[in-house]
Design a protein around this ligand. Structure first.
Ligand code: ADP
Length: 270
């Protein structure tokens, strides 16, 4: 067999991307895309001089266009590749959602076609002259074709890590442990676990309560057991769900995101 041209092209492009960070979860609906969008916006605000790119590799269920307020946007092909869609000057998004003619279109593809699309996203997106400081990859839940394809392409390019998003009930189950195991098997550096939807914040009285009492402190405990860093928790807050549905930024009203970002930076530097 000759050299893998696709892999070489990804490698060439990735020499302009400093940190590649997968956002993973065992199950759908735990807030993985929400966390990806918050991290993208928070990193862009925290480091105005750095460039952040979000790649939505959830080929069959892309949610970045909606969460980032980019419904009906399209990517354009230029001489130097696909131009991603910019949310801020230093925050750009690439998603298959930008290639569909309607947000309701479904993508029903088998493995090889999905892999091909991911390879193209990684090798043909034009992130600009300076490249990226942070590339956040929003993966589908679990460990499937998309994960194997993208980790297979990115891991050999260095500085590739993962953040695992979970909810308190999911902590009690095996899913998070499976994601940790997956990262270890494919050699991703685990930056840590974000516990989402914990605690619940009442929209009327603003009192925070743990609605899954048995799991109070479960995130930190599980991280200790599994020897992975605990990055912090994000409240279950209707204001946050609404902002994501409407595609607007909420980071100014969500102080809980700041310690998570600081912990991620600490982990990247360690
Ligand atoms: P996933 O990517 O894991 O499938 P999403 O990020 O799409 O999950 O979140 C699922 C739903 O839950 C979305 O409607 C989102 O707005 C909502 N959601 C996620 N996290 C929170 C939160 N902390 N507070 C309120 N709603 C949330």
């Amino acid at each position: 067999r000759g050299p893998d041209v696709g892999a070489e092209m990804v490698k060439a492009k990735m020499s302009f991307v400093k940190h590649k960070i997968f956002i993973l979860s065992g199950k759908g609906g735990v807030g993985k895309s929400t966390v990806t969008s918050l991290l993208g916006r928070a990193l862009a605000a925290r480091f105005p001089e750095k460039n952040i790119g979000i790649v939505d590799i959830d080929i069959c269920g892309p949610s970045m266009p909606r969460i980032m307020g980019l419904l009906n946007e399209q990517v354009h092909q230029s001489g130097s590749g696909w131009c991603p869609v910019y949310v801020e000057e230093n925050l750009a998004v690439m998603s298959i959602g930008f290639l569909l003619s309607s947000p309701d279109d479904s993508v029903i593809w088998r493995g090889p076609k999905k892999n091909n699309m991911i390879r193209q996203f990684l090798s043909e997106t034009d992130w600009g002259e300076d490249g990226l400081d942070f590339m956040l990859l929003d993966a589908p839940p679990g460990t499937s074709d998309e994960h194997l394809a993208s980790t297979g392409y990115l891991k050999p390019t260095g500085n590739t890590s993962a953040i695992i998003v979970t909810t308190p009930p999911e902590l009690a189950l095996l899913d998070v442990r499976k994601e940790i195991d997956f990262c270890r098997k494919v050699g991703l550096n685990i930056l840590g676990v974000v516990e989402n939807m914990s605690p619940f914040v009442c929209p009327k009285c603003h009192v925070a309560s743990d609605i899954f009492p048995k799991n109070t402190g479960g995130g930190e405990k599980m991280c200790k057991e599994m020897e992975v860093p605990y990055l912090g928790r994000l409240p279950l807050d209707p204001m946050l769900g609404k902002a994501c549905d409407e595609g607007v930024s909420i980071i100014d009203k969500l102080p809980a995101i700041n310690p998570i970002v600081e912990n991620i930076i600490l982990q990247l530097e360690s």
